[in-house]
Write a new protein. Structure first.
Length: 29
């Protein structure tokens, strides 16, 4: 398992959309 990454508007595209590996995103409020 990989590390947890805090996603922001600034890094979402790079970390999720352009990832070479599958990504699991948990949207919490």
């Amino acid at each position: 398992m990989s590390k947890v990454i805090i996603l922001t508007d600034q890094n979402f595209e790079q970390e999720v959309l352009k990832s070479e590996l599958p990504v699991l995103v948990d949207f919490i409020k």
